[in-house]
Design a protein around this ligand. Structure first.
Ligand code: ADP
Length: 488
């Protein structure tokens, strides 16, 4: 239980789980835009509020500049009207106004602390040159701006005496109210953000569960197969992907079933083939035991039959062992450079006495000398099986012809006979284990039905090919083609 939870947790943390990925993506897609939006809105509110404040203050200061000139305030600061106006604006914006004359002397400071002092700052000089400046100091929470003192009306402006800048007003206003509004908005945005986060988390959890559900159903269906409730994976039609997985899985299941069936059939065939000689031995032995005073000749005859059956059993077992070895990987091949002409000669020499018994002629036509990289033992099995079959399934006084040729890539071995041939309908089955065209005839002449299965496996292990052509009652030809150089 704990192990399962731990494994699930680990999988979630390492983001291996599809559900966790969907969950994280949804949160990212939902949250990032809302955070950016909140940040953007607050920032643009601040910009707008500050620029509005600057233009408000600037407009008011321009009006006051006109009044200052009308009241000749730069020369005489005693005007109560102007002082009241200046106090009013300082209070309204929680700020400070400095009025500087053309000698850079401060004639009025609403804080009353710098009057009479001289101020030569960059902003003031620029303003005297006609360039009004406004600065927003976010950190300290104020805006500083300069306003030239000059007549704004066109008549005075055009007059060279009154049109020039006669002084500068340096105003600083607090932006605390903007900061306070921003603070309130920021807090509301955080509450909204938390709400959005909760909704998105919930939505993401529900949706990721729903999206992953078909895969969970798929896992359950596979478990059902594992536990043996069903033999085919039920369709999960929710996604194209699940349909493909089910299709692929069912194909694998069908292949496994096919393999299992052929394995069962093979085991049944093996048991049957192994049982037949033993049954014969048992019958022969029982009949001897049942009879009293059996003549010695009969004993000898029965014993010879028993020995023949034991030989047969032995041959089946040897062929089976050879076949099992073939089923192993190609790594088991013992590759060396083999003179195929010599090898064929040796095999034919061994088989000729058997052929001679039935008056069958065995001819070897060697078109060129061939040395190839092959497994000598397995190649011996290939040639032996083909020539042995050509003799076994031949007619009296027939012939067997073996032709060896090669090009720059392959060597070709052709084994043809003038025998009984293979019916068309049997040609597709000839390489199957234990398949025989005529079971009783094959058994009579000592066949096991495994020879061609072994031959084909050995040829394929060498990356070669085997082809059969046959005409019933006329003869059969097997064409084997093997690469001269072994391809791993
Ligand atoms: P077996 O041990 O019975 O010969 P094989 O696997 O070598 O088994 O051959 C399978 C069957 O193919 C044989 O039983 C036989 O019916 C048929 N066969 C093989 N070679 C020939 C051939 N040259 N001519 C006619 N029939 C053949």
């Amino acid at each position: 239980m704990w192990e399962k939870i731990k494994e699930k947790l680990l999988r979630t943390i390492s983001c291996k789980s599809l559900k966790a990925r969907i969950f994280i993506i949804m949160i990212a897609v939902g949250m990032i835009p809302s955070i950016l939006l909140q940040y953007g809105i607050l920032n643009s509110y601040e910009d707008r509020a500050v620029s509005l404040r600057i233009s408000d203050v600037q407009n008011q200061m321009k009006i006051i500049a006109d009044h200052l000139l009308n009241y000749n305030y730069l020369q005489d600061t005693s005007s109560e009207v102007i002082n009241a106006e200046l106090d009013q604006i300082s209070n309204l914006y929680n700020g400070r106004v400095l009025i500087i004359n053309s000698n850079f002397r401060i004639v009025k400071d609403t804080y009353g602390i710098s009057e009479g002092k001289t101020i030569i700052s960059e902003e003031v000089i620029k303003c005297f040159k006609g360039e009004s400046i406004s600065n927003y100091d976010k950190k300290n929470g104020y805006i500083e701006l300069t306003t030239p003192i000059m007549f704004s009306g066109s008549a005075e402006y055009d007059n060279p005496k009154t049109g020039k800048i006669q002084g500068v007003m340096l105003t600083s206003v607090s932006t605390d109210s903007i900061a306070a509004t921003l603070d309130i908005l920021g807090r509301k945005a955080i509450i909204l953000q938390i709400l959005i986060c909760v909704v998105i988390l919930g939505g993401a959890a529900v949706l990721s569960n729903i999206l992953v559900r078909p895969f969970n159903r798929l896992t359950d269906a596979i478990k059902d197969i594992k536990e043996g409730y069903t033999e085919e994976l039920a369709y999960v039609p929710d996604y194209a992907e699940t349909i493909h997985i089910v299709d692929a899985f069912n194909q694998v299941l069908a292949r496994m079933k096919q393999l299992n069936d052929s394995r069962q059939e093979f085991v049944a065939n093996v048991s049957h083939e192994l049982k037949t000689p033993i049954t014969s031995v048992k019958v022969l032995a029982d009949s001897l035991i049942a009879q009293e005073d059996v003549p010695a000749e009969l004993y000898k005859e029965f014993m010879e039959d028993i020995a023949a059956e034991i030989d047969r059993e032995n041959k089946i077992i040897n062929d089976l062992l050879a076949l099992v070895k073939m089923d192993k990987t190609a790594a088991d091949l013992n590759i060396s450079a083999v003179n195929i002409n010599e090898l064929t000669e040796i095999i034919l020499k061994r088989l000729r006495p058997i052929a001679r018994k039935r008056d069958i002629e065995v001819v070897f036509e060697s078109i060129r000398q061939v040395t190839a990289e092959v497994d000598e033992v397995k190649m011996t099995l290939v040639i032996t099986n083909l020539v042995e079959n050509a003799i076994k399934y031949n007619k009296e006084q027939g012939s067997v012809k073996v032709v060896l040729d090669a090009d720059h890539q392959f060597f070709m071995l052709k084994v043809s006979d003038t025998g009984i041939g293979i019916p068309e309908e049997s040609m597709d089955h000839i390489y199957e284990r234990f398949y025989r065209v005529d079971k009783s005839h094959s058994r009579e002449i000592g066949g096991t039905g495994l020879g061609l299965a072994i031959t084909r496996s050995a040829v394929l292990m060498h990356r070669g090919s085997i082809k059969l052509t046959s005409v019933e009652n006329e003869g059969t030809t097997f064409d084997v083609k093997i690469p001269l150089n072994y391809i791993a």
